[in-house]
Design a protein around this ligand. Structure first.
Ligand SMILES: Nc1ncnc2c1ncn2[C@@H]1O[C@H](COP(=O)(O)OP(=O)(O)OP(=O)(O)O)[C@@H](O)[C@H]1O
Ligand SMILES: [Mg+2]
Length: 226
């Protein structure tokens, strides 16, 4: 089954210095359980594509569907509900809340879906254990190393048991050893838990992890290799 499908998707940003056509006519299908990598030069539209596929920004034209549900024109509130339930997102800059502890950062997505606090704690502790952070529950982000912060971000993306994880340069700020550790972890949840992974990366090492490789150039799919 295709977890994500887009047809003739385009995104134009309106800007006072002129419109930017960031995505042009992207049609693609991602099969459930794939590990997709998106590469391409800076400015080629990778982040824009990821945000659009995750339902975080709206395309200018074209359609996208998720788990065979057409989402192009659903209201914002419905799109947000869909994201909270189905999607985990790992940003390049971690995007942890600075005044919340490790545990609180990971509980946050569950708080948004009004999960009972007891369950929030239990689920967050489980996933933090799986990324090896059970001894850092009460640390603030600034009291953690970069790799640990990235693992908190991964735990937060996983805690709602999403069907797909979107990651934008998840290893961009990490040393090579730590990068491989994070990539192996993503590969593992992809294979074991059948969570679809869609990952933007600049790194040729990271791109090897994909079983579907999309290369963007100037807002268009230059190649897609299965
Ligand atoms: N909010 C915005 N408003 C206007 N233009 C934007 C906006 N966000 C991105 N762009 C433009 O859209 C194009 C695609 O940007 P995008 O962030 O998707 O590129 P990218 O491939 O992720 O690049 P990088 O590898 O540097 O992160 C760029 O030319 C950028 O300047
Ligand atoms: Mg980007």
């Amino acid at each position: 089954m295709n977890i994500i499908e887009t047809h003739h998707l385009s995104k134009t940003y309106q800007h006072k210095d002129g419109a930017v056509e960031a995505l042009k006519n992207i049609s693609l299908a991602v099969e459930q359980g794939s590990f997709v990598t998106i590469t391409g030069p800076s400015g080629s539209g990778k982040t824009t594509l990821l945000l659009t596929l995750a339902g975080l920004i709206r395309p200018t034209s074209g359609t996208f569907s998720f788990l065979e549900k057409e989402l192009t024109n659903v209201p914002d509130s419905k799109l947000a509900r869909f994201r909270r339930k189905n999607v985990g997102f790992i940003m390049q800059s971690f995007a942890l809340i600075p005044y919340l502890t490790t545990l609180q950062n990971v509980m946050l997505p569950l708080a948004l879906t009004k999960t009972p606090v007891k369950d929030q704690k239990r689920l967050a502790m489980n996933v933090l254990e799986s990324v090896g952070l059970e001894k850092r529950l009460n640390h603030l982000p600034r009291e953690l190393s970069a790799g640990q912060q990235q693992r908190v971000a991964i735990a937060r993306a996983l805690v709602n048991s999403p069907s797909v994880i979107f990651a934008d340069e998840p290893t961009g700020n990490l040393d090579p050893n730590l990068s491989v550790e994070i990539l192996d972890f993503l590969k593992n949840i992809n294979e074991k838990n059948r969570i679809t992974v869609v990952m933007v990366t600049h790194s040729p090492i990271a791109a090897v992890y994909g079983n579907v490789k999309i290369h963007l150039d100037n807002g268009q799919i230059h190649s897609m290799v299965n």
